[in-house]
Design a protein around this ligand. Structure first.
Ligand SMILES: Cc1ncc(COP(=O)(O)O)c(C=O)c1O
Length: 432
């Protein structure tokens, strides 16, 4: 549990929103950026010590030992899979209702994504379907805390322990969330976060971080994110190699394959500033979600159905998402969206298409021809040879009903506009 977040949640909306600087750029952002610029840019070292400071602060916030900065919340997951030894012939279980990144990283490791269906009430991956999808080829699970709510981690971790699987939490949309009193991010073997522009905190538009408590895993993740440099440690600067050794003609640098997923110092400076006000950033989104929910209660609306949030979970509302019961409402999804926009609503999104039905998966078009897909690699002995409608029926039905309302507003006036648009739309539909 993060006491500072609970203290923030207890504050008034006025107090919380007063902590959000205009344009998401505050005094600390400029100060840390200046520190980095003043220190200048030099090769290989961290003159402003900004990477260490950001990594230590992030890890500490989650009560784990290591954080490894990346340049996206996609690269993060790929480093985690590579460091876990995932490769051709392996399967990795992912949900179908997520950003495509969660499944693409599996393909980029040469492994086969296997989609486990979701729970119709929480919209999150369902451990019962994970259990059905586990085979002798399964190496890892990537559960997603969709829209800011943790999935059923007890069920997931039990299956992982039984089958010896690595669990990489995809928390791109969930910062400081809680599951049964534990911080989301400190449950799996490693956890990935995204700092892409729409997320709770950002680092100049893109960025990401992995956290883990495992020393070996942290070191390996760092190496995989940094071209496989042999001398990298779990923490930046952990391993000191004297200059004479480093510069020698026989110095061997690389002992595993890795990508370049490094973050820049400028991004790390901004991320550190945002991290310092993360509690306020999360509390603002929780407040906005509560305001929308209040409208449902006040207007007796029983046809917009938010996810079931278990009593001991804290949802952090990257967006506020409801299921539209089209029959009860008497309007279909597209009409509802049009009415919401006409009432002053801003950008009501659908949920992403189920990932297995996106053309790149449906047509096995990863590398051009389907026979080049990991599913048809001779080293793969499993049965997932294609993806089609019907693979995840709960997700396929639900996705067409979900409405994502924004929770990224930075002022209480902007919040009121969206909440009023929802109220007006509900009233208009009730009068029909
Ligand atoms: C659930 C989920 N996973 C992964 C990602 C990928 O993160 P990034 O855009 O930082 O690569 C995102 C968002 O973009 C996401 O929402």
């Amino acid at each position: 549990m993060n006491d500072a977040l609970h203290a923030m949640l207890a504050k008034s909306p006025e107090e919380i929103f007063a902590l959000l600087p205009p344009g998401r750029v505050g005094e600390a952002d400029r100060r840390y950026l200046d520190e980095v610029l003043d220190a200048g840019f030099r090769n290989t070292i961290d003159p402003a010590n900004i990477f260490s400071r950001m990594e230590s602060a992030f890890a500490e916030r989650f009560g784990v030992r290591y954080a490894v900065l990346h340049n996206s919340g996609t690269g993060t997951m790929q480093s985690c899979l590579l460091a876990a030894g995932v490769g051709p012939g392996d399967e990795v279980i992912v949900p179908p209702l997520t950003a495509v990144a969660t499944a693409v990283v599996v393909v980029q490791c040469g492994a086969v994504p296997v989609f486990a269906d979701i729970d119709p009430d929480t919209f999150n991956i369902n451990p019962a379907d994970i259990a059905r999808k586990i085979t002798p080829h399964t190496r890892a699970i990537i559960p997603v805390s969709l829209y800011g709510l943790a999935p059923d981690y007890d069920g997931i971790m039990r299956l992982a322990a039984e089958h010896g699987l690595t669990v990489v939490e995809d928390n791109a949309e969930c910062f400081l969330g809680e599951y049964k009193g534990r911080m989301v991010g400190a449950i799996g073997h490693a956890a990935s976060f995204s700092f892409q522009a729409s997320k709770h905190m950002t680092s100049a538009g893109d960025g990401g971080v992995v956290i883990t408590d495992d020393d070996d895993y942290a070191r390996n993740i760092r190496k995989r994110s940094c071209l496989g440099y042999r001398t990298l440690g779990a923490k930046p600067g952990d391993v000191f190699v004297p200059r004479d050794v480093r510069q020698d003609i026989d110095f061997e640098r690389h002992d595993v394959m890795g990508y370049n997923f490094r973050m820049s110092a400028v991004q790390a400076a901004l991320a550190l500033a945002q991290l310092e006000r993360l509690e306020a950033l999360v509390a603002a989104r929780v407040h906005i979600a509560k305001r929308y929910e209040q409208v449902l209660g006040e207007e007796n609306c029983d046809w917009l159905i938010p996810p079931v949030v278990p009593a001991d979970s804290l949802h952090t509302y990257w967006t506020w998402v409801c299921k539209l019961d089209e029959e009860k409402a008497g309007v279909d999804w597209r009409t509802f969206r049009k009415m919401f926009l006409a009432n002053g609503g801003d950008g009501l999104y659908s949920a992403w298409r189920p990932v297995h039905l996106e053309p790149v998966f449906r047509d096995l078009a990863f590398y051009g021809r389907p026979d080049q897909a990991p599913n048809h690699d001779p080293r793969y002995q499993g049965t997932v040879k294609s993806y089609q409608a019907g693979d995840c029926p709960t997700c396929e039905t639900l996705q067409r009903r979900l409405c994502q309302f924004k929770t990224s507003m930075q002022t209480l006036d902007a919040v009121a506009t969206q909440v009023n648009a929802l109220r007006a739309t509900i009233r208009e539909i009730s009068r029909r």
